[in-house]
Design a protein around this ligand. Structure first.
Ligand SMILES: [Zn+2]
Length: 372
């Protein structure tokens, strides 16, 4: 697959990146925009293009290994626990000065860059002020306002946007051969989140899980404390299962990954990259899973509000048009809006590292209260 072929609806960002590749890339970029639109994927593609001897053919072993996260000259970093720590950054600072293993460059992709804590950010700034000629940094953040200004000002900004629903729908129907009705429904439900749209389009389990969450959203007003606890148990078990499955799939490839290492030094490096990848993917699976819960709930109450106002065409969950019409009461719009706020507040708390179970428990209680 050619470089950037998998990124949908990001013309502006891709124009900036293609120009950078043909004119000579800067040392530091900052990819910004909402989560789920493909910033991280684009950062890895960009890293492949910088590393590939052909400038990003998308076909060679170099491109392939960068995409799989096992090229020794491309490092993809994400928070360990809550923060990107000063130890993680010190390691970059040490490594970056060394000669590349096999490419002409060393590329560091830093996901969730806003989670660098202050010591980490200050340590990173030192390298960013005087990067070695072969170094490139790609910072990725959906909350760039949390980054130090002194870091932001040294990066070239690359803006990503929500994927428009019609474009996403077209992409889903072409890629996965969906009917127009399904493609439109999934594109709307995904609300501009390319990754989630693709998951719904390709994975029957993801579709079933969405239905289960909608059932739950509908049942919260009448749920007992025990019902709520049981549902939360089910949610956390499901999220863990998804994370385990992702890790298992990666571990099964470990030996093949290591097969690329020509000597002991490279092998140690690739092994480390593999472990980093496993941690990153596990964390991502858990985060995606929990955010999906809150988003599905917010989407459902949003649809109740839309239906209550007679704005049926604005409904996201098209396949529930009938239920929405019969369950939405015009006099309850404010209560629905309050319930949406509860789900969104939970998402924010979760992003700010409030204990996930605690955030979800509070959310259920406050939604129940709002809908009383
Ligand atoms: Zn290539």
């Amino acid at each position: 697959m050619a470089i950037f072929d998998d990124i949908v609806g990001q013309d502006l960002a891709l124009t900036v990146l293609r120009r950078a590749l043909s004119a000579g890339a800067a040392h530091a970029y900052l990819f910004t925009g909402p989560s789920g639109v493909g910033k991280g994927e684009a950062a890895v593609e960009f890293a492949a293009a910088l590393t590939c001897p052909d400038g990003g053919c998308g076909e060679c072993d170099c491109c392939r290994r960068v995409r799989e996260g096992i090229h020794p000259d491309v490092d993809v970093l994400s928070p360990e626990g809550t923060f990107i720590t000063v130890d993680q950054i010190r390691e970059i600072n040490r490594e970056v000065a060394l000669r590349p293993f096999e490419a002409r460059v060393r590329v560091y992709v830093i996901l969730e860059a806003e989670s660098m804590n202050v010591p980490a950010a200050n340590a990173f700034l030192r390298t960013l002020e005087e990067p070695p000629p072969h170094a490139h940094f790609v910072l990725v953040s959906s909350q760039p306002e949390e980054l130090l200004d002194t870091i932001v000002s040294r990066c070239q900004r690359v803006p990503f946007r929500r994927t428009p629903a019609p474009l996403l729908g077209r992409h889903l129907s072409e890629r996965f051969g969906l009917s127009e009705i399904d493609a439109t429904a999934f594109a709307r439900v995904a609300q501009g989140d390319l990754a989630y749209g693709r998951r719904l389009a390709s994975d029957p389990m993801a579709r079933e899980w969405r239905l289960r969450l909608i059932e739950w959203a509908r049942s919260i007003p009448g749920a007992s404390t025990l019902d709520a606890e049981n549902m939360l148990d089910e949610i956390f078990a499901s999220v863990e299962r998804q994370a385990d499955a992702r890790v298992e799939a990666l571990d099964a490839r470990k030996e093949a990954d290591l097969g690329w290492a020509a000597d002991a030094r490279t092998r140690a490096r690739v092994e480390k990259l593999h472990d980093q990848k496993v941690k990153r993917e596990r964390r991502r699976a858990v985060n995606d899973g929990l955010e999906e819960v809150m988003r599905t709930l917010a989407g459902w109450y949003r649809d109740l509000a839309a239906a209550a106002m007679g704005a049926d065409e604005a409904v996201l969950n098209h396949d529930y048009a009938y239920e929405l019409q019969s369950e939405a009461f015009p006099g309850r719009v404010e209560a629905y809006v309050a319930a949406i706020d509860c789900a969104r507040r939970a998402t924010r708390r979760f992003r700010y590292n409030v204990d996930a179970r605690c955030a979800l428990e509070d959310m259920v209680l406050s939604i129940k209260e709002a809908l009383l």
